[in-house]
Design a protein around this ligand. Structure first.
Ligand code: NAP
Length: 227
């Protein structure tokens, strides 16, 4: 059975990934506070879902997870966890600590997790490394505002693009995917699509990921996004 690991799995897009993949795969669902993750724990009671602790911005948390998973294969690793960042992130006012924390979680976090679980990915059949980024990280398509969020997503795009090159020799394929504007705590109630629709599209993109699409910036419908 395919094993899929999802970060930020307790709500939003991450929880929907777990819900959908649990129908066909074994899922390792990671979140900061498993004891608080009511919906996820309910899923884990009826499906093949293991809930594990992971703060993606904390290298020691990722190392603990890697120790717990030593020797296990992860076929698909999904870096989904993310934050929108501080209230003040405009050209006029910036909360620099909040800015750095946004980078820690959105940009460095996926690198921390990918490196910590590199051996698990190598042991997997699919060897697919997926990062949920945002169209707001596109420099050529950028309007103003949301500086920390936009910059952190542009940075993770570059990090994942580099990993697509540097780990290609290991057979690892890298997906850099925009989920669309999704009705979650982050996207808000006025967003365009449900988590269910977004994740259905994202799963399709992950299923068809190959050497040609590895390292490219695509949306959940498969449309290429300009860097
Ligand atoms: N919703 C949209 O319209 C949209 C659009 C473009 C891109 N995205 C991206 O899609 C991904 C998922 O977003 P979402 O809409 O599902 O957001 P969400 O509903 O706000 O959920 C964010 C998830 O990330 C987790 N998280 C935050 N910081 C973490 C950390 N340090 N360690 C581990 N988990 C952490 C949260 O856990 P806690 O409950 O512990 O905080 C939560 O599970 C993000 O990367 C986001 O940037 C979303």
């Amino acid at each position: 059975m395919t094993t899929i690991l999802v970060t930020g799995a307790n709500r939003g897009i991450g929880l929907e990934f777990v819900r959908q993949y649990a129908e066909e795969a074994s899922v390792i669902a990671c979140c900061r506070e498993p004891a608080e993750a009511k919906d996820l724990n309910a899923l884990a009671r009826s499906k093949n879902v293991r809930v594990m602790t992971l703060d993606v911005g904390d290298a020691s948390s990722a190392a603990s997870l890697a120790r717990a998973l030593k020797g296990e294969a992860v076929d698909i690793l999904i870096n989904n966890a993310g934050v929108f960042g501080p209230e003040k992130q405009s050209a006029a006012h910036s909360d620099y600590n909040g800015f750095a924390q946004t980078f820690r979680i959105n940009s460095i976090g996926p690198l921390i997790v990918s490196q910590a679980l590199h051996d698990n990915l190598l042991a997997g059949r699919d060897k697919k490394l997926v990062t949920i980024t945002s169209k707001m990280g596109s420099i050529s398509d950028s309007s103003g505002g949301s500086l920390a969020y936009r910059a952190s997503k542009a940075a993770v795009n570059m990090i994942m693009h580099v990993l697509a090159h540097d780990w290609a020799g290991d057979g690892i394929l890298v997906a850099i995917l925009n989920p669309g504007w999704v009705k979650t705590d982050m996207g808000g109630p006025g967003a365009m699509i449900s988590p269910e629709v977004s994740v259905r599209g994202l799963r399709q993109r992950i299923a068809e990921l190959n050497e040609k699409t590895s390292g490219r910036f695509l949306d959940y419908l498969g449309k290429e996004i300009a860097w």
